[in-house]
Design a protein. Structure first.
Length: 154
């Protein structure tokens, strides 16, 4: 059987927990009164699209590190591309998210879609665990939908 049961529990639960800032950002974007009530406690940067943009940059950088770890499993003839491609998500986040919430949100959406393609490439090359794509597809889908709320409402 394949599915969520094949994904190690800790990876699944931490992956799901990692969606909370995206979901919170979407919630406070779609329901501004929620953000207004939370602002005195958490500050403006931790609500709406701003929390999503900041966190999205962090996650793309984190995922570069994950891909780098996968690259350590590559054979010598694949190591150059495996290490080289692993830095792309972090560089993408760094160079493309300097604009306002609309442009930065679009850049992060593109970054997460591109990251999913890299996930597939590393998985297909046997560098990622067998269950990797069953985890990454739904996590990416939720992150992209949440980021999309900030793009549409910005």
């Amino acid at each position: 059987m394949s599915g969520a049961r094949d994904i190690p529990g800790v990876a699944l639960w931490l992956g799901l927990a990692g969606l909370l800032p995206f979901i919170w950002g979407a919630g406070t974007t779609v329901f501004p009164e929620l953000g207004d009530s939370a602002r005195p406690m958490v500050g403006s940067r931790m609500i709406g699209p701003y929390v999503q943009l900041f966190y999205g940059m962090v996650i793309l950088s984190f995922m570069s590190g994950v891909l780098w770890g996968f690259a350590t499993r590559a054979t010598a003839d694949r190591a150059v591309w495996a290490y080289g491609l692993s830095v792309l998500p972090a560089l993408w986040a760094f160079f493309t998210t300097g604009g306002g919430p609309h442009g930065a949100g679009l850049a992060l959406i593109a970054g997460f879609v591109g990251l999913l393609a890299l996930d597939w490439l590393y998985w297909r090359a046997g560098l990622a665990p067998e269950w990797w794509m069953r985890l990454r597809v739904p996590l990416t889908a939720v992150a992209v939908v949440c980021l999309g709320s900030g793009v549409v409402m910005a």
